[in-house]
Ligand binder design. Sequence first.
Ligand SMILES: *Cc1c(COP(=O)(O)O)cnc(C)c1O
Length: 809
Amino acid sequence: MLIQNKEDVKKLFKDRIETMYGITFENASPVESYTALAGVVRDYIYRNWAKTNRSYDETSQKQAYYFSIEFLSGKQLCTNLLNLGLRDTFKEGLEELGVDLAEVERVEHDLGLGNGGLGRLGSCFLESLASQQFPAHGCTIRYKYGLFKQKIIDNQQVEILDDWLEYGNTWEVRRPNRAVEVKFYGYVDIDDIGSTTIFKHRNYQPVMAVPHDMPVVGYGNDTVNTLRLFSAEPKREIDYTLLSGEEMQKAINYERSVESITEILYPDDSQKEGKELRLKQQYFLVSAGIQTIVNRYKRKGGDLSELGKKVAIHINDTHPALSIPEMMRVLMDEDNFGWDEAWSITREVMSYTNHTILPEAFEKWDIESFRWLLPRIYMIVEEIDRRHKEELRCKYGQDSWKVWEMAIIRDNSINMAHMAIVGSHSVNGVAKVHTEILKNSVMKNFYEYYPDKFNNKTNGITHRSWLLKSNSPLSKAVTETIGDSWIKDPMQLEELVKFKGDSSFKEKVRAAKRENKERLAKIILENNGISVDIDSIFDVQVKRIHEYKRQTLNIFHILDLYYRLKDNPNMDMVPRTFIFGGKAAPGYYMAKRIINLMMSVAEMINNDKSIGGKIKVVGLENYRVSLAERIFPATDISEQISTASKEASGTGNMKFMLNGALTVGTLDGANIEIREAVGDENFFKFGLTVDEVMKYYESGGYAAFDVYNKDFRIKRVMNSLVDNSIPGQGESYKRIYETILYNNDQYFVLKDFDSYIKAQDRAEKAYRDQDRWTEMSIVNTAKSGIFSSDRTVREYADEIWGIKASVLK
Ligand SMILES: *Cc1c(COP(=O)(O)O)cnc(C)c1O
């Protein structure tokens, strides 16, 4: 039934609790209330889902599939209600039953099937695609456990299992009848029959990939696209309860090894994980994804030679790059295409996004273990590489070093980025500067060889999730001022510039920030037992903990400020609350040491009565999407301080900007474009540029010790890491000290220190003029429209995938 008013909501909710649990709604626990309510919303969504799918079938238009080993969607109930335009109706209806919708929403587990920015980008894209009615879907792994939950105990990170399926997943539908078989291990038989060669994969281990589909709801339209999650299940051909002894044990081992494929998400961000299980996950995803796409295509009567006109597959980072040989396998081995035609279809279908230039993140697979796990795919990769090298020799000559440099297989390993470039028709970076670095340095050879493949698609975020949903005070103020057209067309936010001098709007913006800061302060008090001053500057760095993101530089600023204040307790300063959040990969030793230092510094400063509470330091546990939604709206200063060239784009920077925070940032990634958009006067820039950093890496000329010796502030901060002035794990801080000084400060923390402090001083000075600050904040929100993922996915749709927005029939 159509849900039109709060009476409908009341009736459906009460009915659902009764029919689902056999109790009346007054007796329902929060989990029961959530599950029942989500069920009501799901039924509503599923009707539109059917309608959307029917429409896509009838028009047989081209569809895009975004393959990503991670998605980070957060909680679904609130987003879905909001996009259906039903949140207020539900809120009011439930209120009349004495049920608080926000309480019910809180029960839901975050969908945490990703590490950080890369996974979150996928989720923002899916929201923007559905909201603009693009026929495009996500494809990923249904990990039994999402990214670990972080606890801080004794100032150290402890990892806890994220059992997100604890109460089941109301939104998904399991589709066993669409399951496909993925084959591992075994060997390949080659038969020549007449002039054709037949490849038969034998003695393999079969794994069933079972789709679980989740709806992706568009805003204010009837479009519902699909996020398809694959779960690995054993193929049960025999009743193994009838087995005994060794046979039984073998069957049990098989089940165990299959289930382990989709059990855990690797918790590494911007680092490669060279384990066999990870390779298994990657092939499992792409083989399952491609087979279900091809099966559907054939079911609808499609002709595979036309596949490139009807299907686009996107490879999000190299993790799904095996899509390329897998597509070749399906076309050749299962549908008898010859190499050349299969190759041209594959290239037409595939496109690839590069996400990082960090060398430690470039994926390479050892050929021995690769061939053992994926014998047929290895043969295809070998042939792709052979033909690729042949082409290069034709162009550059037999002995050109380029053949070696651009090889897919070299030094006994497979270079996944090279394969992704060779097998795709489009390669994109994720911010202007990042794409330039790819073209001019990291992938220079490939850019020269395939200049037309390379393009830029600056990342974006969905402003519906990151403003409309998460910051209702500011959203209301914006809508009261310029109307609500910005929700569907974020470029309209620019209208706000006209109101930056309007005192009534400015007052609303200030009041909104205050309300958001109060709400965050409450969370801080509850979680950390620290009371923070609402009038202090909320200075925030939330993101994964990584040396290149330079949480250490932030900590060094805090320590320097603290020591200055200790020297001069009457120092004139605006009180500051430094807020950190972020997880460290469990195996990343330095990142864990950084958390330890951060939390110990927090403890030391928060407990020092002599500074009169002018500085507070807060480390918020378990940074994730639902917590992020509370943090961005409450922020005054956004810390975007990566070493120039290291952060491909960043998206946290955009969420802060949208919520009216001002950036203290390096000229790295999308920071550069943010500064261009808001103007230098509304951005606090500092630090080495990309060119300067590259030059130091190439020609040397930087000595961390010199900077240390010349700047007494740096010396004081650094020395305090090793002279026991910070309580706790001295060994931790010593390792940070040594890594900076003895490895010559690979991330230029000391080099950028002075410039960083100056930017912080400028920010403080600006903050003292609240009126002016509010204007700057308004400009940041107003100019954030181009960083909406609505714009980003439109560019992908037009320029890479060739799909069109479609009004449903
Ligand atoms: C946006 C977001 C990120 C990415 O943040 P960066 O600052 O771009 O690294 C990571 N985690 C979560 C939960 C996010 O919402």
